[in-house]
Design a protein around this ligand. Structure first.
Ligand SMILES: [Zn+2]
Length: 360
């Protein structure tokens, strides 16, 4: 017998090895030439199969089965990792004997072990669904991903429809979802994001350079000019900037609430919250009075910026007691002013960079 064959034969005689190791410490097993992880394993397994137990008869039977089936240290270890999963320890020796009786084939043994553990543990209590959905918003990408969790039956039913639609129309599941949603008119009717396009960009887009132009929309998303063209123009309140408009909007100084027109213009100036690194789309923002209404700030476009509900609640109303800073506007650009250093910072979020005053 060569080294290769004798090594293989020794593997299958693990139970004999364990009987010789019985009673030895890890250190003693190591001294015989075994590696530390192997010595630890042998020490543990020999205690189980040769150490003291109340179930001596079952222990002996398991040893005999293991010798007959030619179990290795690996398969015996696999059996122990499954014994550890039992909810009721009383089944431990029964499971060991069941598995020791089976052939020492690692893959088949793993499957059999899983089935038996499930059998002994009984049906698991099902957790009720926790419905939720969220959208990832990575700054360096034009992709967004929706994570949608709900009751198994509901999600499966939806996914079946998506698959059917995709197969029938020979499109992928993502496109199928868009078609199914838009057929039901969810996006257009209630929610119309405006897209900011400068005259120069518009010329480039219609001139065929759409892929080079990135546009920002007031729902906080970005798209390429080519994607913009593919969508129906009616989906967007197309905004072209010729020059800055004041006039009409400045008439509303006696009202605390910004008019919808002011809100729209403010959104086009800044398609996201004005606080640095915040990517919340203007459509979900509140209108911030840079100088608070309660401190005499007018409802003029030059005093208004978009700010998400979270940041709007934190920005300082009273600038004499600075805590989180405030927003100011110069030339249509919103800056965050730090509470202590007074430094001006533009929101550099990629969507914010597509604001009206920053693309012209
Ligand atoms: Zn914000």
């Amino acid at each position: 017998m060569n080294d290769f064959q004798s090594r293989g034969a020794a593997e299958a005689r693990a139970m004999h090895l364990l009987s010789e190791a019985a009673g030895m410490s890890v250190h003693e097993i190591e001294s015989a030439g075994f590696s530390t992880p192997t010595a630890r394993r042998m020490c543990k397994l020999s205690t189980i199969y040769f150490g003291p137990t109340r179930f001596r008869k079952q222990q002996r039977q398991a040893r005999e089965e293991a010798i007959r089936a030619g179990h290795t240290l690996d398969t015996l270890q696999l059996i122990e990792s499954n014994v550890a999963k039992l909810a009721d320890e009383a089944y431990a020796w029964k499971l060991r004997r069941d598995l020791c009786r089976l052939a020492a084939n690692y893959r088949k043994l793993r499957t059999a072990a899983r089935e038996r553990v499930e059998h002994y543990n009984g049906p698991r209590e099902e957790q009720p669904a926790r419905p939720r959905a969220s959208m990832s918003n990575p700054p360096g990408s034009l992709e967004r991903t929706i994570h949608w969790t709900g009751a198994e039956s509901k999600i499966a039913a939806v996914w079946d429809q998506v698959r059917d639609h995709a197969t029938k129309n020979n499109i992928n599941e993502s496109d199928a979802l868009f078609e199914l949603f838009s057929n039901r008119g969810i996006s257009q009717a209630e929610y119309t994001p405006a897209v900011i396009v400068s005259i120069g960009d518009l010329e480039a887009i219609y001139g065929g350079a759409g892929d080079d132009v990135i546009l920002s929309a007031t729902n906080g998303a970005r798209m390429t000019g080519a994607e913009f063209l593919q969508q129906k123009l009616t989906d967007h309140g197309l905004a072209m900037l010729v020059s800055r408009v004041h006039g009409a909007v400045d008439l509303y100084t006696t009202q605390r609430l910004a008019s919808s027109k002011q809100r729209k213009m403010c959104s086009l100036e800044s398609p996201t919250c004005g606080v640095p690194d915040c990517g919340q789309g203007a459509d979900r923002c509140q209108v911030n009075h840079n100088v608070a209404w309660s401190h005499g700030g007018p409802t003029n476009l030059s005093n208004l910026s978009m700010s998400c509900p979270f940041h709007n609640g934190r920005l300082d109303d009273d600038r004499r007691q600075p805590r989180n800073g405030h927003l100011v506007k110069h030339g249509g650009l919103t800056y965050h002013v730090g509470p202590f250093n007074g430094g001006y910072t533009l929101n550099d979020h990629p969507t914010a960079r597509g604001g009206a005053m920053r693309v012209t």
